[in-house]
Ligand binder design. Structure first.
Ligand SMILES: Nc1nc2c(ncn2[C@@H]2O[C@H](COP(=O)(O)OP(=O)(O)OP(=O)(O)O)[C@@H](O)[C@H]2O)c(=O)[nH]1
Ligand SMILES: [Mg+2]
Ligand SMILES: [Zn+2]
Length: 358
């Protein structure tokens, strides 16, 4: 690969490893397209950058089909090979298997990749009514198992008069090695504070609920107002879903940031061992429980209860139940449903007995 091409692509995250993977990819097919990075996904087209210019391209239907077969899709952050046909239409021919990928489950349970090839994720949470440790743990459970470095960014520091109390609550709750910054997302100095996390050629993604300040932070990192921002509701600090699609932007220092819409009802696409790795404090305490299969509910000799914040344990158990429910076979699901029905009926019966209706 020639050096001018390398120089052009490096600021958008092209590394020797990507170069090698792209080279292998192109050698494996009959394609000889140019390596580009996907910056926006639309219904029929995608926007890509070649390091200098942005282009609109169309994905080959065969590529979309083969991705869909494995619950995958073209995603912002992807490296793709793009070729022009005789009519000057650009076609996305192939996609490099992502080095990292953040995936959630949508409301119908299907896998939905959010972003790919990111090095770090800025988990953005407001120090206002948005502050919610259970939600933050959910984000961590989605990001950490993907091999992505989480950075907790607490915005609206300027609006909060008990920052220290919130920080203490967070430190007590999260693993000791968590990286946390409390910032005013609008302030230029915040870009300087966070610069070490997005070196040249690295990509970060901002994640968090609507109104948390993801687009505000994106603009501050960029040094220009590119993304629209919107006021939050006063009563509950909720945003109005101002950002509606994911987009990748180049930073002046040579990294990239991906802005995303606020996620509702986040379900991470992870398995039990991923969850255990995210809640490794619970995992290591569990080794000292009297019973090997201790559920840390009310079993005697439990080493976990009392060892971690009670609400953290509740959240872990909730996530575990969700994951187990998702991995149930249809038969197991039916069995569980009928068990619930029986429980419900028994409870109803008991209520009637109490009311003397029997
Ligand atoms: N005072 C103050 N306001 C902030 C801060 N961060 C964000 N805001 C404001 O909060 C509101 C929501 O910010 P956005 O950046 O639009 O939030 P978002 O996370 O992008 O929201 P969606 O696009 O809806 O997902 C805007 O009015 C911002 O100006 C902060 O650190 N301090
Ligand atoms: Mg936004
Ligand atoms: Zn236990």
């Amino acid at each position: 690969m020639d050096t001018t091409l390398m120089d052009r692509l490096r600021p958008i995250g092209f590394t020797p490893t990507v170069a090698q993977a792209m080279g292998l990819l192109r050698a494996s097919g009959d394609a000889s397209g140019a390596p580009m990075r996907l910056i926006e996904v639309h219904r029929e087209t995608v926007h890509v950058t070649d390091g200098t210019y942005e282009h609109v391209a169309r994905p080959l239907p065969g590529l979309l089909r083969s991705l869909a077969d494995t619950g995958d899709a073209l995603t912002v952050g992807d490296w793709v090979s793009v070729q022009q046909d005789a009519h000057a239409t650009l076609w996305v021919q192939q996609r490099m298997t992502p080095f990292t990928q953040i995936v959630r489950r949508n409301s119908s349970g299907a896998r939905q990749p959010l972003v790919t090839n990111v090095d770090s994720a800025m988990l953005v949470m407001g120090l206002d009514g948005d502050f919610n440790l259970r939600r933050l743990e959910r984000y961590l459970a989605m990001v950490k198992p993907a091999g992505i470095w989480p950075i907790v960014i607490l915005t609206k520091r300027d609006l909060c008069n008990d920052v220290d109390a919130q920080l203490d609550a967070l430190r007590e709750r999260l693993p000791r090695d968590s990286v946390v910054h409390a910032v005013d997302a609008r302030a230029a100095v915040t870009a300087i504070e966070l610069a070490p996390y997005i070196g040249a050629g690295q990509t970060t993604v901002v994640l968090g609920s609507s109104g948390a300040g993801k687009s505000t932070l994106t603009n501050t990192l960029l040094g220009v107002q590119v993304q629209d921002t919107g006021a939050v509701r006063e009563d509950d600090s909720r945003g109005r879903h101002t950002t509606t699609s994911r987009s990748l932007h180049r930073l002046p220092a040579g990294g990239c940031v991906i802005d995303t819409p606020g996620l509702r009802g986040l379900r991470p696409d992870i398995d039990e061992s991923d969850l255990a790795a995210t809640f490794d404090d619970i995992q290591s305490l569990a080794e000292h429980c009297r019973f090997r299969d201790c559920g840390h509910h009310d079993e005697p000799g439990c080493a976990v209860r009392g060892g971690v914040a009670p609400d953290r344990l509740i959240n872990y158990q909730k996530l575990l139940r969700e994951i187990r429910r998702e991995t149930l076979t249809p038969l197991q699901r039916r069995e569980q449903l009928s068990m619930w029905k029986i429980r419900h009926r028994t409870a109803e019966h008991r209520m009637k007995m109490k009311r003397g209706e029997n």
